[in-house]
Design a protein around this ligand. Structure first.
Ligand code: SF4
Ligand code: SF4
Length: 109
C-alpha cells in the first residue's frame, strides 16, 4: 500500500532502537520523533541521516490499517508486547517495531 498522507502514526506509536539524529538512543513507543513535521512529513526524508529502519519501512495494511487512528491503535498494541530487548536479548537489526514483526508475526490479525 502507499504510505498515507497526514498520518505519521509509525513515527509516534512505535519504538525505534536505532540512532535518530538528535535522539541518540532512538525513541520509545508513544513519543513523537523530533523530525516529524506538523504536516506529518519526515524532515529527514531524502537525507542520508534518516535512519535506515525508517527508509526501509514500507506501509503495510496489517500495521497501517485504514486510518491514522487505526494505525495508532495497531502499532500501540504491538508496543505492549514483551520487549525483544528483554532477556535473552536478540540481535537488533533496526527498529523495535520491525523486531516485533519478526518475533511476533502471529499476533498481527
Ligand atoms: S503508519 Fe503507515 S501509513 Fe501511517 S505514516 Fe506510517 S507507514 Fe505511512
Ligand atoms: S526519522 Fe522521519 S521517518 Fe523516522 S521516525 Fe522520525 S519522522 Fe518518522
Amino acid at each position: 500500500m502507499d504510505c498515507r498522507p497526514d498520518c505519521g502514526a509509525c513515527c509516534i506509536a512505535t519504538s525505534i532502537s536505532s540512532l535518530i539524529p538528535g535522539m541518540p538512543d532512538g525513541k520509545p513507543a508513544g513519543v513523537r520523533c523530533i523530525h516529524l513535521l506538523g504536516d506529518f512529513k519526515c524532515a529527514l526524508y531524502g537525507n542520508t541521516s534518516r535512519p535506515k529502519v525508517c527508509s526501509d519501512y514500507k506501509a503495510e495494511p496489517e500495521f497501517c490499517g485504514y486510518s491514522r487512528e487505526e494505525a495508532i491503535r495497531i502499532l500501540s498494541s504491538l508496543s505492549d508486547l514483551p520487549s525483544p530487548l528483554d532477556d535473552p536479548p536478540p540481535p537488533l537489526k533496526g527498529g523495535y517495531f520491525l523486531e516485533l514483526y519478526t518475533t511476533f508475526p502471529s499476533t498481527i490479525v
